[in-house]
Design a protein around this ligand. Sequence first.
Ligand code: SAM
Length: 334
Amino acid sequence: EQLVIQETDYDAISSKIACINKKYLPDPQIFSVYPNYELLYNSYFNELPKVTRRSYNKIKKLMSSNNYPIMNIGTYLRTVSIDHVLSLYLLPNSDNAEKNNHFQIINLGCGTDLRYFQYNHIYEERLERYIDVDFPMAIETKGRVLSNLNKKNPSLFDLNDNGGSTDGKYQLMSFNLNRNTDELIKQLELVGCDFSLKTIIITECCLCYIEDAKSIELISKLNSVFNAKTNNLHWVSYDPIGGTDKFGQIMTDNLLFQRNLKLPTLLTYNTKEKYSKRFSSIINSDISIKIEDMWEIFQTKIPLKEKTRVQKCEFLDELEELKIILSHYVILYF
Ligand code: SAM
């Protein structure tokens, strides 16, 4: 079961690379501050077969089957909306107190996401720690690929033999999020997590694979540990929602039938309101939680010039289908 869940990262990375090849990503804003985006993902992908040919072959296969305009627009929107929220939370505080402007990021269920390199490039002075968390096998592979790449291109990576950064800032942490949450806190401490520092937790297509009771425990524990020391916890979460139509049931049935993959909470937190309640019933009531679906983001948040650029990447005529799919994916942030 763990392997089936872990392999969902193959979809994520194959879609991201397809988006890079078709020039959806990076959006020009990221490109202007981090010019190595394409190089980073392509070199990771090209190194992967030397570490695991099986994963590489599976990703390569998905790259051709998953590569169609609706999917690419979805991946593009998912990536840029998370980056947009992160950059909002990372604007320097006006009080200019040095410590207040420092921060750490914890990416739960990070898969092959390589945002550390992007964020460390942009916020090198202020980024104190970046912790990527995933299942042991996923972390081991990522560590080995990154460490190989580091040997080839030390100026781009600057990592140690485990794939973490030589200065300890970047940590790859093996942890099954279904385990005891006290253990999670202990492990985070061991890799240098500072619970009194401004922190952003990312869960990008991760909570959807976790049983309801466990995900509540996870949100609750992290919220209480960080808020006991600081009121400076942010969270960015992206997931599919089942909706009130047949979408959720069809997705559930298909994934179970085709891949034996379960999405335990897709039909529970099936609307934006319910997905938002998942957090609001746990965190302090004075914190305002925002949630938007990807169709709203596409319609209202992407500047016209950028929208035009994206629509030129590939021909798309299934606008109604795009609307249905995008309205079943949400980004929540506080
Ligand atoms: N967040 C990455 C992204 O969006 O590119 C990867 C998304 S992938 C769909 C889901 C990831 O969550 C996989 O890498 C999987 O191994 C991880 N994951 C799911 N359940 C987990 C658990 N219980 N413990 C650790 N990682 C988990």
